[in-house]
Design a protein around this ligand. Structure first.
Ligand SMILES: Nc1ncnc2c1ncn2[C@@H]1O[C@H](COP(=O)(O)OP(=O)(O)OP(=O)(O)O)[C@@H](O)[C@H]1O
Ligand SMILES: CC(C)(CO)[C@@H](O)C(=O)[O-]
Ligand code: BAL
Length: 295
């Protein structure tokens, strides 16, 4: 293992020990290190996290790993886009970063037998209801990334809002020193949240999918203006169905705990949705107090 690596600007490392060597060398030199965990197929949403990392730290690490343990059998692991060469070019267009791209056998060698067990925000009946094994896979791989990278900060997108809450809870509970920072969702011009999976939408479905953020914005605005949240989300679900979506959930929840709303009037509220357009599953969320305007 190198103890004093010479960084060439866009190096790629494959092993956890190599990643740790870079990070330790940087931190020993007094530099602040940021981690951006991804599954690749990078778009402007990911690049916004990398830009933030480069603003907040001296060194940025981007991990690219399509983590098999967060996909259930029958989900889209095999179809998940893998665009490594384009990802490297996209990272280089933003600036210097160390790329951590382990193989599955580096992350899960023979005999691997550990998983992070979760409750709290991982058990609130949103994503966990439709993907019951998903967050254990996410939390386990993110814990491994945090432990190997030893970064001061890690940047996550609010697009995956429940994931952000799960990772923040896990890092706090396991005394992981990495601070988990949530970053705003980057949207296409028509308001659709950027996602690697948008590329699976047909042209017609992509056009119809823009209804998702505008329905959310309307429901959020109605709740902000005093409508009963169950009525506002039921109306939102009906509008999404009329637009061709198969709705899994659209719910207003406590923005911190993700629990169903209580009777406290000053709770911070987050509206969260998951819906399928054809075979493509989309998720989105937004705060109730500042509904976005979509074109
Ligand atoms: N539109 C976006 N704006 C901000 N952050 C985003 C956006 N899309 C993804 N991210 C963040 O990038 C990180 C890596 O996400 P991931 O690689 O799963 O991309 P993705 O586009 O969300 O893919 P998919 O939606 O297909 O799972 C996560 O922290 C995620 O929240
Ligand atoms: C955080 C993550 C990189 C873990 O595999 C993934 O769930 C993602 O891309 O959001
Ligand atoms: N963006 C979260 C990764 C997943 O859907 O598996």
């Amino acid at each position: 293992m190198k103890t004093s690596p010479e960084f060439a600007g866009h190096d790629i490392v494959r092993k956890p020990g190599e990643l740790r060597a870079w990070s330790r060398a940087w931190r020993t030199a007094g530099e602040r290190v940021a981690l951006v965990p991804t599954m690749g197929a990078l778009h402007e949403g990911h690049l916004s996290l990398l830009r933030r990392a480069r603003t907040e730290a001296d060194r940025a690490i981007v991990s690219i790993f399509v983590n098999p343990t967060q996909f259930a059998p029958g989900e889209d692991l095999a179809a998940y886009p893998r665009t490594f060469a384009a990802d490297l070019a996209a990272i280089a267009s933003v600036g210097e970063a160390l790329v951590y791209a382990p193989e599955a056998s580096d992350m899960y060698p023979a005999g691997f037998a550990t998983a992070v067990s979760l409750a709290g925000p991982a058990n609130v009946g949103l994503e966990d209801r439709f993907r019951p094994t998903h967050f254990a896979g996410v939390a386990t791989v993110v814990a491994k990334l945090f432990i190997a990278a030893e970064a001061e900060i890690a940047l996550f997108g609010e697009k995956d809002y429940q994931q952000l809450k799960v990772v923040q809870r896990m890092a706090a509970d396991l005394d992981i020193a990495t601070e988990v920072i949530g970053c705003p969702t980057v949207r296409e011009a028509d308001g659709l949240a950027m996602s690697s999976r948008n590329r699976f939408l047909s042209l017609e479905d992509r056009r119809r999918a823009a209804v998702l953020p505008s329905v959310m914005a309307t429901a959020a605005e109605r709740i902000r203006a005093g409508a009963e949240h169950g009525a506002a989300t039921a109306e939102g679900a009906a509008e999404l169905q009329r637009a061709g979506f198969d709705v899994e959930y659209i719910e207003a929840r406590n923005a911190d705990t993700l629990l169903p709303l209580g009777r406290i009037s000053n709770e911070r509220i987050r509206l969260l949705v998951a819906a399928r357009m054809g075979t493509t599953r989309l998720i989105d969320n937004m705060p109730v107090e500042s509904a976005i305007q979509s074109a």
